[in-house]
Design a protein around this ligand. Sequence first.
Ligand SMILES: Nc1ncnc2c1ncn2[C@@H]1O[C@H](COP(=O)(O)OP(=O)(O)OP(=O)(O)O)[C@@H](O)[C@H]1O
Ligand SMILES: [Mg+2]
Length: 149
Amino acid sequence: MEHAFVKDDAGAAMKLEYGIEQDDFSRAGEASSKIKKLLKQLGIDSGIIRKIAIASYEAEINVVIHSNGGKITVYVKSDCIEVYIEDEGPGIENVELAMTEGFSTATSAIRELGFGAGMGLPNMRRCSDDFFIDSKLGESTRLKMVWNI
Ligand SMILES: Nc1ncnc2c1ncn2[C@@H]1O[C@H](COP(=O)(O)OP(=O)(O)OP(=O)(O)O)[C@@H](O)[C@H]1O
Ligand SMILES: [Mg+2]
């Protein structure tokens, strides 16, 4: 799925990008709430915004919890909104397993914070019109989600 991640900003009327820090629970969710706010200001349909907000939040939290940090990029195009999440590893050993509802490697400390139900990735796929994941163990995880507007 290498080709699926190609970030094509041709025709993007707007581009947003936010860094996501590893283990920074005080700021976790900040990027997705900024994205939600901006899409509201642009007058995007509230049902679509809701789905983008849920999926972006889940992706952002995964970077905070499971990765060494990363970034989230949003392109607003005339016919769609694209959200890209890239992190700095460690990557996912078995992507198909990670996509399974209920699968989680979250520690008990993370579960006590209310995360680790193993529902984030399945929810992202369910909430988006197009969903791509590409991960290599020892390298990084990259997600692309698209919503038609
Ligand atoms: N960015 C990532 N980097 C490394 N591993 C990840 C990443 N995102 C997800 N994973 C792996 O995939 C598993 C499933 O992710 P998913 O978001 O579905 O569940 P969770 O984060 O464990 O729990 P929940 O999202 O319900 O709080 C994670 O437990 C983790 O092992
Ligand atoms: Mg998750």
